[in-house]
Design a protein around this ligand. Structure first.
Ligand code: BDR
Ligand code: CA
Length: 341
């Protein structure tokens, strides 16, 4: 482990979700992180399902943190709903939800946005908001209490696609799922005066978790390693069918790794806007050249600089995840050919 600093307090906004479950395991186990609360949202499944999954995972991972249910639709309600069952299955966990022990845990009575505001206001300057799902809860929190923007320590997102390293979107050619599921919310989050770092497909798709590595989880950390092997079978079939990678992308876990090992990522600074109209709806666009400075009518003008991840040390991301299954903190995962920054 690389951390000597005090554990970093985190609120986790999530739509579990197979890779969300992997990210939550990291938040539960990593000594550099102090998970304070979980908020759930629509995305990989309806919010009733993602909340049920979050509650069960909290028990399974031995956590004791509040779980508040959040929005079940985007800021602009949609008439047609689509859930990515081909990626995460109907139960959001690759068909593995029945593997989790039944829980009596109940959701916190507050809506997600309220829990986010309460936690940030109770610890000004301390909380990192890690959001790996559509950004509706964060937008609602900003709308209810804009003052949280200057009290949060950092907002770390898994979201967006900036066209780097040959990667485009995963829902449309230009739009990533967490953004296109609520583009208006995402634009509010990127343009608010709080520090945002986004870990998008440009880097998460540089990090392949190969099948052999996932298979090696079996029998480790009690039933947890077996659980991950089982729930990733459906997810891997999807990615093998799409990209023939012989494994999967652990999108959301990469955002958690950023919190404990930011040095494993290269960042690019500049304001980010989200396209809200037409065939580019959901596209994330960063003005990293500062073109808005010479253009009074630029949509990026007046928006704060944010940070976009443009490079990643893939081996480091895998190692940070795999170390949490070892008794020895020195153990590393095997290298995978084809890694690039
Ligand atoms: C993102 O969308 C969801 O399917 C995943 O959980 C991840 O947060 C990847 O585009
Ligand atoms: Ca997610």
């Amino acid at each position: 482990m690389s951390q000597a600093l005090p554990p970093r307090p985190v609120i986790f906004d999530t739509d579990p979700g197979i890779d969300d479950a992997m990210a939550l395991w990291m938040l539960a186990r990593h000594p550099g992180l102090d998970l304070r609360a979980i908020t759930t949202v629509h995305g990989n499944a309806p919010v009733g399902t993602t909340t049920r999954n979050a509650l069960a995972l909290v028990d399974f991972f031995g956590l004791d943190v509040p779980v508040a249910a959040g929005a079940d639709d985007a800021l602009l309600p949609r008439t047609e709903r689509f859930f990515p069952t081909q990626v995460h299955h109907e139960d959001g966990l690759g068909g593995g939800a029945p593997l989790l022990p039944a829980t009596r845990r109940q959701p916190d009575p507050r809506p997600a946005w309220q829990l986010i505001c309460d936690e940030i206001n109770a610890a000004p300057g301390e909380i990192t908001l890690v959001a790996v799902a559509p950004l509706t809860n964060l937008a609602l929190a900003l709308r209810h209490d804009p003052g949280i923007a200057r009290k949060v320590r950092e907002v770390v997102l898994m979201g967006g696609a900036f066209g780097l390293h040959g990667h485009g979107g995963n829902v449309t050619p230009v739009a990533e799922a967490n953004i296109i599921n609520d583009p208006e919310a995402a634009d509010l989050v990127f343009t608010a005066s709080w520090p945002v770092v986004t870990v998008g497909l440009d880097v998460t798709q540089q990090v392949v978790m190969p099948e052999a590595l996932l298979q090696s989880l079996q029998g480790r950390r009690g039933p947890v390693g077996d659980f991950f092997w089982q729930i990733t079978r459906h997810y891997q079939r999807y990615y093998d069918g799409r990209d023939a990678i012989g494994g999967l992308y652990a999108h959301d876990a990469s955002a958690v790794v950023y919190c404990v090992a930011p040095e494993a990522f290269q960042l690019r600074r500049g304001p980010v806007r989200v396209a809200l109209e037409g065939i580019a709806r959901g596209q994330t666009i960063q003005d990293h050249l500062g073109l808005h400075e010479d253009s009074p009518a630029s949509p990026w003008r007046g928006c704060p600089d944010q940070q976009v991840c443009v490079g990643v040390d893939a081996q480091r991301v895998r190692d940070e995840f795999m170390q949490l299954f070892d008794d020895s903190s020195q153990a590393a995962s095997p290298a995978v050919s084809g890694d690039s920054q």
